[in-house]
Design a protein around this ligand. Structure first.
Ligand code: GLN
Length: 547
């Protein structure tokens, strides 16, 4: 049966709890253990699928079609373990499950309460698949003291009591602020945070303290004494230049040793860290720089395109170059000529997105890349816009557009080269959708196969003609236009296995112009860069030699 590690946060949010959890997962793997990571979020949305990327950052999609928190992206990137639907849950989902059961009559006769009904639901969730791995790491979103977090803290308290002694370890992440005026590292906020935890019955075994510099022995001892942990279980988490150094940095600070000690595992297996040493070497010793523009809508919050930025970094690591990303607001091109803004970049990426705002700018970016022969990667909406650009400017379909925007505007302005999908095949089932369906969880979501054309550029890049990639979209390029577009040189080089849904397009007379309907960025890892990103950055590197 698995051992459980619960990761909580205190003092302030955004301390990198997800990253610490992911790095710990990687370190346990390096010692030969199997792991699974899980996120429990106290907010009331049923899933993050309907949240604005401006507010919550990217929605990470799993193979089995769940729309989850972006921390699951960190988990996958650090451990390579594909996340599942059952690795992400919110208070909204918990309550909705409980209420559904109540309506069904499962609790007939009972008064439904937070304890035990809500907490039981949370505990059942934590235990799913626990017998498959050595360690289950569960991160609780938010910080201790949040009202909505309480049922989760109570549930993990009960959970650790239900399990045999020594089966659960609690790790708490806090901040040690540095006061410049007195030149001191302050431990008081951490003490208060631990006090808050203890008041709800949770005693941390390990403290991970974010700080700008090292933690002097005096402060370490003070933290240990006042927070009731062992001095070697006070682990410093210093700011790092790259997140990919985190496993090595946490190992140097003794995190994995402290965790294994807390479980009383001895002797501990020696860690194999070669993978992370290679990753750190590639990230810290690049042999050049390429500049890539991301022309998108949610450019104010970089977390909105988290996986894309990471996948580009991985592509850079594959080519031993640093990828310098610049965020360009697509709406800028509604007013201004893109040429002066995009000149000087070695490649252009147009990411996914929803709604009409910014799309004319994305179409212009695709046109610029096509005409100037700049490497272009269009992802999801970025592919759809590239197809519309080709239809309008090359195939002469002047009013080409997407039904998504007409649907919003309530009138027909465009010839729908991209249309709303009403029916598709998923495994052995046919899925049916209407425009009037609920917004949550109704897209074409999760992993789908695609067949790549023999001799196409993408078949060469992937090194195969059968791939599986993750999707998250409602609209599709209409194959009715395939012949007309292919005549102009836009090859439909990847299709769904039934031949109905275009998955990939590429310009045949261009050095590197590829649009994909799926999200390749979700599967890229630092130690296993996604082939499309690796080759895209290679093309950028080649074009940087020409500039
Ligand atoms: N809005 C488009 C659709 O739903 C693209 C979605 C995306 O880019 N993820 O099809």
């Amino acid at each position: 049966m698995a051992r459980f590690i619960f990761i909580t946060g205190g003092v302030v949010s955004s301390l990198g709890k997800g990253l610490a959890s992911a790095a710990l997962g990687a370190l346990l793997q390096a010692r030969g253990y199997s792991v699974r990571l899980r996120k429990l979020d106290p907010y009331l949305n049923v899933d993050p699928g309907t949240m604005s990327p401006f507010e919550h950052g990217e929605v990470f999609v799993t193979d089995d079609g769940a729309e989850t928190d972006l921390d699951l992206g960190h988990y996958e990137r650090f451990t390579g373990v594909a996340a599942r639907k059952t690795d992400s849950i919110s208070a909204g989902r918990i309550y909705s499950n409980v209420l559904e059961k109540e309506r069904r009559g499962d609790y007939l006769g009972k008064t439904i309460q937070v304890i035990p009904h809500v907490t039981d639901e949370i505990k059942d969730f934590i235990d799913i698949g626990a017998d498959e791995v050595d360690f289950m790491l569960c991160e609780i979103g938010g910080t201790v003291g949040d009202i909505e977090g309480l049922p989760f803290f109570e549930a993990i308290r009960q959970f650790s009591q239900d399990k045999p002694r020594g089966q659960c370890v609690f790790m708490h992440l806090t901040l040690l602020p540095f006061i410049k005026a007195s030149g001191e590292l302050k431990t008081k906020p951490t003490q208060h945070s631990v006090k808050e935890l203890r008041s709800i019955g949770l005693a941390p075994d390990i403290l991970v303290c974010r700080s700008e510099g090292t933690i002097p022995v005096k402060e370490r001892e003070k933290l240990a004494l006042f927070c009731n942990v062992r001095p070697d279980a006070v682990v410093a988490a210093q700011d790092l230049k790259s997140i990919y150094e985190a496993p090595l940095a946490y190992h140097r600070e003794g995190l994995d040793q402290a965790v294994l000690d807390a479980f009383r595992i001895a002797p501990v297996p020696r860690p194999q860290l070669a993978r992370w040493e290679d990753v750190a070497d590639r990230i810290y010793n690049p042999e050049g720089t390429v500049k890539i523009a991301i022309v998108g809508k949610y450019v104010q919050l970089e977390d909105a395109y988290k996986s894309i930025a990471e996948a580009l970094t991985h592509g850079g690591m594959a080519n031993r170059v640093k990828v310098q990303i610049e965020w360009v607001d697509a709406e800028l091109f509604d007013r201004e000529d893109p040429a002066p803004h995009l000149a000087g970049f070695h490649a252009i990426l147009v990411p996914g997105g929803f709604g009409e705002r910014g799309t004319e700018g994305k179409i212009k970016a695709a046109q610029f890349a096509r005409e100037r022969k700049v490497p272009y990667l269009g992802i999801c909406l970025g592919m759809q816009m590239a197809v519309i650009e080709a239809a309008r400017n090359v195939a002469g379909l002047k009013t080409a557009g997407s039904e998504e925007f007409d649907h919003e505007a309530g009138k027909k302005r465009f010839e729908p080269v991209v249309y709303h999908l009403k029916e598709w095949v998923q495994g052995n089932y046919t899925v049916q959708r209407a425009l009037s369906d609920d917004k949550g969880g109704t897209m074409r979501l999760g992993a789908y196969d695609a067949v790549l054309a023999e001799g196409s550029r993408v078949a060469e890049i992937y090194g195969t003609t059968r791939i599986e990639e993750r999707h998250r979209h409602r609209y599709e390029v209409d194959i009715t236009y395939r012949e007309q577009l292919e005549k102009t040189g836009l090859r439909f080089s990847g299709m769904s296995p039934d031949g109905r849904l275009p998955e990939i397009v590429e310009w045949t007379d261009h050095p590197w112009f590829i649009g994909v309907q799926f999200h390749p960025e979700l599967k890229s890892k630092p130690f296993d860069p996604h082939p499309l990103f690796a080759d895209f950055v290679r093309a950028a590197k080649d074009s940087s030699r020409l500039v």
